[in-house]
Design a protein around this ligand. Structure first.
Ligand code: HEC
Length: 253
């Protein structure tokens, strides 16, 4: 993970450790954080007159742009959909070749894939920030188990955030929080069986290390099934292993 914890390692996690550095942290990206977060942009008006040299000190990786003159500004979610973000920093001779739209497609595909995987872990159906037995996904099934009259100590221990014991369920939620996107921000702060959990967003909406995040989530989902003998819902987007822009770049090496 670029500059971040590599996550909770699920049982039987098979991942090439050479990949941990991420395509976004490879030699192709010599400026690392700065490539995306400190992008120099020159803004000119329709007549070619220089309006502003933006040196990128906003630290916004994919800023929005002012409709009036194209100057980068922080992108509030309320500003509009992901399609409004500027991906100019992502497109150059070594990164997403083919222009900003190629990078945008990779971003949208990765984020959608991560959101689908997160939904299999927990969907906060009533948006109350609590993992309820009636919510969607695998962890709510464990909540239902822990709340049965016949619940065993093991049923409760699996998702007891009041203990310092790491379990597969808690590890899966850790990885979900690591991968959380702004569409699924409830993984960053919530309550389960009366105990709360909280962390900061870290995934850069999936961009910081897309492949590792997807590998961690799919392995965490598999571990939830096998450890707790949970029924298997169909996996969504199973065919998607790499966003289109990334596949294109790798194939040109
Ligand atoms: C390949 C591009 C890229 C690189 C390299 C990158 N980031 Fe990010 N980062 C992003 C994107 C995209 C976002 C999400 C921005 C958004 O949604 O508005 C982000 C968001 C963030 C955030 C806000 C919290 C979050 O996770 O959304 C922090 C903090 C951050 N990055 C730090 C860093 C640091 C530190 C580095 C270098 C060690 C780094 N980033 C490298 C693309 C990148």
């Amino acid at each position: 993970m670029i500059g971040q914890n590599i996550g909770w390692i699920p049982p039987n996690f098979a991942y090439d450790t050479n990949q941990i550095v991420s395509s976004h942290g490879s030699a192709a990206n010599a400026r690392l954080c700065a490539t995306c977060h400190v992008a120099f942009t020159t803004i000119t008006d329709a007549n070619g007159v220089l309006i502003q040299n933006s040196v990128g000190h906003l630290f916004e990786a994919i800023p929005c742009t002012k409709a009036s003159n194209g100057v980068p500004v922080p992108c509030a979610t309320a500003t509009g959909p992901d399609t409004m973000h500027s991906f100019v920093a992502c497109s150059n001779s070594t990164c997403h070749i083919g222009g900003p739209s190629v990078a945008r497609n990779a971003y949208l595909a990765t984020k959608g894939n991560i959101d689908n995987l997160l939904d299999q872990i927990w969907t906060d159906a009533n948006a109350n920030g609590v993992i309820d037995s009636t919510d969607g996904g695998l962890i709510p099934q464990l909540v239902a188990r822990a709340q049965r009259a016949t619940a065993t100590a093991a049923d409760t221990a699996a998702i007891n955030f009041g203990s310092n014991v790491t379990t597969v369920a808690k590890g899966a939620l850790f990885n979900a929080a690591l991968a959380a996107t702004d569409n699924r921000a409830y993984f960053l702060s919530g309550t389960v069986l009366g105990k709360s959990f909280a962390t900061h967003m870290a995934s850069g909406n999936g961009v910081h290390n897309p492949f590792l995040l997807v590998a961690l989530l799919t392995s965490s989902i598999d571990a939830l099934h096998t450890t707790y003998a949970l029924p298997a819902p169909p996996r969504l987007n199973v065919q998607m292993t790499a966003p289109p822009g990334v596949r294109m770049r790798l194939s040109q090496r």
